[in-house]
Design a protein around this ligand. Structure first.
Ligand code: ZN
Length: 229
């Protein structure tokens, strides 16, 4: 993607601020080297893989935004998948987790890698006739300690449905982990909730969008495969 110099400057400082918030406020971890020249930060990785896009986008809500996050773009590379998931796994290590569960489809890749790193059973829930269900012979037992993993949280709808399944089975919710929280922490799903990246999504009603006024062409990248919930 081509940038003008001014856009590049703006977007860099914008995402830097997000990472700063993420690293300094919400985590206390040895990966906190966002401004080092020698160690690429996760922010660099998100940008380099095209997971973080700057431009002019129509979100699934219909609103317009200058930024978009495509989680799958970074997770397609095994070394990045491993690095991102190790942030989540290390947060929840030592909590006696017995099972990781994810909502299909977006959460499965992240959930499987987090479960692998924690060395625990990993399953997923999926929609059947619109309702989130546990199928394929998977099951949750009363008292089982379960961690929910999602790729992107916006409204938290899918995760909330998985939590309802956990409660219905009498199992125990340990926490919720995700790669990106687009609600910037406003959506509260569990006492122990962790996200690698917190985003503050700036969006506009189409009629008030400054990017439309500039005449910038618009992208609509939010297919259900990249669902933002
Ligand atoms: Zn617009």
């Amino acid at each position: 993607m081509a940038y003008t110099l001014d856009q590049a400057k703006f977007s860099f400082s914008f995402w830097e601020r997000l990472l700063y918030l993420e690293l300094l406020v919400f985590h206390n971890n040895p990966y906190a080297t966002p401004f080092s020249m020698s160690t690429p930060s996760l922010l660099d990785v998100f940008k380099a893989t095209g997971a973080l896009l700057d431009g002019h986008f129509k979100l699934t809500s219909g609103r317009h935004s200058n930024a978009y996050f495509q989680c799958a773009k970074v997770l397609q590379y095994p070394e990045h998948l491993s690095a991102v998931c190790s942030r989540i796994a290390s947060h929840f290590t030592g909590n006696g987790i017995e099972t990781v569960i994810s909502p299909a489809i977006g959460g499965i890749v992240v959930g499987t890698e987090v479960g692998r790193q924690l060395g625990v059973k990993t399953i997923f829930a999926e929609r059947k006739d619109g309702a989130m269900t546990i199928r394929r012979g998977f099951s949750l037992e009363p008292g089982e300690r379960v961690l929910v993993i999602e790729d992107v949280i916006t409204t938290g709808g899918s995760v909330a449905e998985v939590i309802a399944l956990i409660k219905a089975a009498g199992a125990s919710l340990v926490g919720v982990g995700s790669v990106v929280d687009r609600s910037n922490g406003r959506v509260k799903l569990a006492d122990d909730q962790f996200s690698v990246l917190l985003m503050e999504v700036i969006s506009y009603a189409p009629e008030e969008c400054p990017l439309c006024k500039e005449g910038l062409p618009i992208d609509a990248p939010g297919s259900r495969a990249n669902k933002q919930n």
